[in-house]
Write a protein that binds this ligand. Sequence first.
Ligand SMILES: Cc1ncc(COP(=O)(O)O)c(C=O)c1O
Length: 360
Amino acid sequence: MRPLVATINLSAIRHNYAVAKRCAPGREAFAVVKANAYGHGVREVVTALHDEADGFAVACLEEACEVRALHANARVLLLEGCFEAIELQLAAQLRLDVVVQSQRQVDQLLALEIEQPLNVWMKLDSGMHRLGFDDHLLRENYARLRGAKQVGELNLMSHFACADERGHTLTEDQLERFLEVLDLDFDQRSLANSAAILTIPAAHMDWLRPGIMLYGATPFADLGAAELGLKPAMQLDAELIAIRTVEVGETVGYGAGWEALRVSRIGTVSCGYADGYPRHAPAGTPLVIRAQRVPLVGRVSMDMLTVDLTDLPQAEVGDAVQLWGEQLPVDEVASAAGTIGYELLTKVTARVPRRYVQEE
Ligand SMILES: Cc1ncc(COP(=O)(O)O)c(C=O)c1O
């Protein structure tokens, strides 16, 4: 069997959900499980949080169907709403909470014939300029939706663009714009993603929407997951499958992109970009073998990558190699590769077997 596995610690996810809840006592939280629970496996994550989570949030109806099949009662929030009118009927049958972020979605909702009203979350574009109504259109559509027979709860949500950069002025502006429309009588309010849950109590409102923090990664560039009390949920482990010596001036890998400046001991590791390891990770990106960091060298190939073992002479074929996990935060690998933990976690591909553990 190919030595590559993603071990998912479900207790860590439960712990991290509890951290989110502790940050905002008395508030409820939608565990964000879109994109296959950020790569961790939606089935297992929803099951692990079955009795803890107040609700779950997903990106599309297909994901919502999966969550509803796993949890008959939890609130399930469709973060972008329905893409086609026909989806609304199914959303109603599944008792989903739906976002409305455009005039078109409001029109479709108001044209719907349904028995049971839907909980509706109006999305305010408070400054991200991706989805949602400006203040004026929000008020106009609020008047149309309030009291409509298709609408159960009428709620308000918005999303931060820069909550990951602490002290960014746009965050304050967005919070202010959110507060400005609270003269309207919404049943529930939701604004905080992980970054805001962890650092902006004024943004907590009624419902939190923790995503990345559930998986034990940090939303911040300058504040690590461990400092935030989060436990990593995924560990990606491979093995050293070959070792060779290369002479000064010899090169390693595709494109001969790395050249030995000293006689070097090169190890080959059973993980590549087809597993989700970033192909653009530069030489020097860390990996861990025998509790010691070793640098990536040469280009990452489809199924393998290479590391410099010269300063770890005791390394042997068959040694475990940690790509990220307990000893190496995914955020550190992401930062070396010029990306974010979110991308690395969601891109671990289907061919990497997931092994689920419950222990701490
Ligand atoms: C609307 C919305 N809310 C909440 C989240 C969760 O954000 P985070 O993973 O930063 O906690 C996301 C994720 O992208 C989102 O799109």
